[in-house]
Design a protein around this ligand. Sequence first.
Ligand SMILES: [Mn+2]
Length: 286
Amino acid sequence: MAARFVVVPAWQGSGSSRAMRLIDGAEAIRGDLPAAATTVVEIPAGAGESLETGVHRFSSIAVIVEATDAALREVSAGIGGSVDGPSGNVPIVIGGDCGVEFAAVRHALASAPQTALVWFDAHGDLNTPESSPSGAFHGMVVRTLLGDGPPGLAPAPVIDPSRVVFAGTRALDDAEAEYLEAGGLAVLSPAELADPQGLVDAVRATGATSVYLHVDLDVLDPSEIDGVAFPEPFGVTTAQLTAAIRALREQFPLAGAGITEFAPSAPEASVDDLPAILRIVSALVR
Ligand SMILES: [Mn+2]
């Protein structure tokens, strides 16, 4: 597999008052990636306006979606170098907040509609603009991909709920929990990831022929990573996460992947977390 990195230092989708730390996080990861295989997407400097969508900073988010989409098209077309060669590139998106995954998953589904979306995340990101307590787009990404997002962010195609597998998810808003239960979506707790076979079986049961792997770093236990804005206790270890990624990659071709939500308290603080993050990168591309 030829991987190419698309760095999207977006912060406008985050509900954190310290969202701009995500810019430092993206830059810190970028610094350890091979420059010849990395594209950086330019992000609007401004916060943007909601434009009555119910999504905080929607105007900037829409611009970021289009800029990311353009970069992904170039990468998939084989323009520019990659880790292993010039063509057949699989984009690995580096956030930024989880909102960057909307364009990335949409792009993957457009060429590989039989893809399962594995959402390694402490959170469900299943709010609608109406149900969201914060108005932050990063909490609406999966629901937007399922077709219930703000007007103007249309997935093409909509992903079927039976193709979504949540992994390590342990913090849901009430409306998200109701939606999950009513829709029968697959959820594996952190404890259920101790043996990766359960996750492989869950993805196999979707009938998918490829996988998109979303990693919000808050899927990790807070003892494993400092630089996340929304830490949740009782997460997975880095070793469990990378073992799960490798087990999935042995069974399914990778349609795309993303690593999101790295928000170190200061640029120099990123060194503590980068070894774990680079182990995850390595599991995704090697
Ligand atoms: Mn999260």
